[in-house]
Ligand binder design. Sequence first.
Ligand code: ADP
Ligand code: ZN
Ligand code: ZN
Length: 750
Amino acid sequence: MAYRRFAEIVLDIPLNKKFHYKIPPSFVNQIGIGKRVKVPFRGRTINGYCVGLVNESNVESTKDIIQVVDTKPILNSKMLEVAEWLANFYFCGWGEALETFLPFVVRKGFETKTINVARLCKDGASVKDMISAIKKRAPKQARVLEALAEVDEMTVPELASISECQVASIYRLRDRGLITLEKRQVDDSLFTGKHFKRTYHLQPTKEQDRAIRLIKDMLRERKHSTILLKGVTGSGKTEVYLQAISEAITLGLKAIVLVPEISLTPQTIERFKSRFDRVSVLHSSLTGRQRNNQWWEIKNGKADVVIGARSAVFAPLENLGLIVIDEEHENTFKQDSSPRYNARDVSLVRAEHENALLILGSATPSLESYHNAVIGKYEYVTLTSRIGHKPLPGVHIIDMRHEVYRGKKPSHISKYLELCMKQRLSKKEQVLLFLNRRGFSPFINCRRCGFVLRCKRCDISLTYHKKKNAVICHYCNSDEFVPRECPECCSPGINFLGFGTERIEEEIRTKFPEYELLRMDSDTMKGQYSHEKALCAFRRGDIDILLGTQMIAKGLDFPNVTLVGVISADTILNLPDFRASERTFQLLSQVAGRTGRSIKGGHVIIQTYNPEHYSITYAVSHDYDGFAKKELEYRKQLYYPPYGRLARIVLHGKKDQDVKQRSMNITEKLREAMKLPADIAQSDLQKAEMGILGPAPAPIAKVKDRYRWHLIVKADNFENLHMVLKNIENENRRSKKVQIIIDVDPYMLL
Ligand code: ADP
Ligand code: ZN
Ligand code: ZN
């Protein structure tokens, strides 16, 4: 290799640029692209990544590299390219983008844990002699020998605890040559002791066959393309993924499967693990050591398939041929802290760089993906019928405006839902109730003056949690006593309005005292395996009614669930977010998919105050295309995605005035860059292809004592969006006074 004099280094700091460092002669053979280095920077030694080697540098006085950390490159050139794209696309630091490829535990060089295992040196008879010889003088050591005489070997901590002695006694025995100690690696690998019964390909249905054939053809071509696989829940998408992966492996290629965190259950993992030998899992609830092990297993080429949540898109596979994203519409693929990437878009870019095939699967595709399929950018395949031709469940809407107060207390369960529950439960069938809001009462107001109790730090209404008898802020989690009188006018009339899972639980328990109910939300599911345990109990039939938040909306397959009730379809619909209708439609479709999985059939009841809203009516008729058509019309009028591209800029700081001022300045800069006339009206901007909405106080105007403002930049395509945003890229985004977040393609607008 030609001798290069300078290395291009990306530093572990929030800057999107590379720096030149001199390669001292002693490092010439060690330096390489994709290796980590230590370099001097502003009087400190910091970490960096080598992304290039050059002969010339126009930098005046370059400094020497201090250390080359890796012997082999830890990142390959394709990963470096994707990281560079990530930094540019999402306006984050380049170093930060590179770090998405290296989990924290890997960067820190997690040591594998070892443990000492003790064994006897002598045979049984001579040990007996030994024990009686030392029993008086060294009773502890004798106990250790006794314990060891009964087994082959034992770890030192176990041995110490069984023979009730200090570890020192054990070491003394070793020093006397009576036992040996051997260092062994602790095996806490993920699948130790687990056996997976081998499963084989199922005979595909006609529709599956069509999809599988297309996928096989595309994999063999070995060039990048994207397929949108739209199939209702239970139509056999996962079987298609499995056969696609199998083909990739046959071709010597590797695969990544991304699923939403919440669907990454042991059952999901088992479906892949039982079909393929070499499967690694990247999951946020792995221990640090397991995570580190899995990562190195993948890096060392020991995995054909990686299955994981969002961040698994960065798995260090070589020869990547296939990426599958299940439930591609899920917003959990978008990371809501920096770098604010969407794993779906990163997958697309990674697949492009690797000449890999990308399969996006969903029952209710995101409108972005659907649009791309319709205009022919993606291949489009559909699975229209459920396996075994089980019919989709019948869906009923209950107009809650007509459900007046029944009895003394307001009821949140309609007469009809109550009746249907009775019928199903009496036949020993199970009921699933869904409500996307936890707690007892999300609004507490004063009957006299209307004052609403809000979190002083976050400016959102506080939720009453009855069991704790406290009001809790769902943003900062701080809690307060429930006031006995109105803090504003001192009247004693405190009202608890609205409802969350806790209140519904109480109502159901009163109405159905003879049935077992389990509530599943983040308040009740705090233990590590509580989620799993609860679902197991439900599956066994120990529970009749399962009530929960979005935790229960996904991927669960319970044949005995014949009734699903949506307590309120309005919780998302009323959010100030242009995706509110889309998310409502998706959620209702998904919840509805939880039933009708067996011959007993299924029934869905949706309660709402907006019964004529199209996102609800189309969900009722299971008409995705109808919904998409209507929603796309609205999006087109306002140039919202997929027609226009958005970035959201959030500013926050301790003083409202500072934040407001900075928002105005930023807006001014962006307006100039867009060449917008200063006097253009907001209403015109709303309909324009290029424009800025705001600045305005964010819908959640204060979080943890920090005031928040936001503005939304809209452009006709990503190139133009980026051109505009470039103008504020080098603003000081981390000043003490006001911090600035740039969120490209935002999913949270609150
Ligand atoms: P989806 O991922 O679309 O929700 P799944 O792949 O989970 O659907 O399939 C639903 C059920 O149908 C599963 O129990 C699966 O084992 C079964 N299944 C899928 N394909 C076939 C097939 N070709 N023949 C028989 N059963 C199938
Ligand atoms: Zn009052
Ligand atoms: Zn708060």
